[in-house]
Design a protein around this ligand. Structure first.
Ligand code: CO
Length: 135
């Protein structure tokens, strides 16, 4: 089963400007800025109480984030759930008929192994599974 909502991902056009906006909104600075070169995105992470917000901006026009913003504009891009065993959950969800975008989990931002489920099988919501990478 899935665990808590680990973070919400928000697609933004300009990460610097969005950082300023979310600094004002949340009353604190991001605790991390990180580029995920393989995904052509730069990210920043904010804490708000127990919750986390991930801002994502494209670094390349072929980035999924660039395409998302082109089609739908800025806004909530994905909901990420924490899991203890990502491979086990992917197997379970595949059997349940969900469309898994990457069956082999990949290294995402913030020290996580991640995989995504296509929004066509989750009522229009891109779902991310993430498992903390043990050091
Ligand atoms: Co995410």
């Amino acid at each position: 089963m899935l665990g808590k909502i680990e973070h919400l991902g928000i697609a933004v056009k300009d990460l610097e400007k969005a950082n300023e906006t979310y600094e004002k909104l949340l009353g604190r600075k991001p605790y991390k800025n990180e580029e995920v070169a393989s995904e052509h995105v730069i990210t920043s992470f904010f804490k708000s109480g127990e919750n986390k917000i991930e801002l994502l901006a494209a670094t390349h026009k072929d980035s999924a984030i660039a395409k998302y913003i082109e089609k739908r504009g800025e806004g909530i891009h994905h909901v990420a759930f924490q899991v203890d065993n990502i491979k086990e959950e992917l197997n379970r969800l595949e059997k349940e008929g969900f469309s898994i975008l990457n069956k082999e989990p990949k290294k995402g931002a913030d020290n996580k192994l991640v995989a995504f489920i296509h929004p066509k099988t989750t009522n229009g919501v891109l779902v991310e599974l993430c498992q903390e990478i043990e050091e």
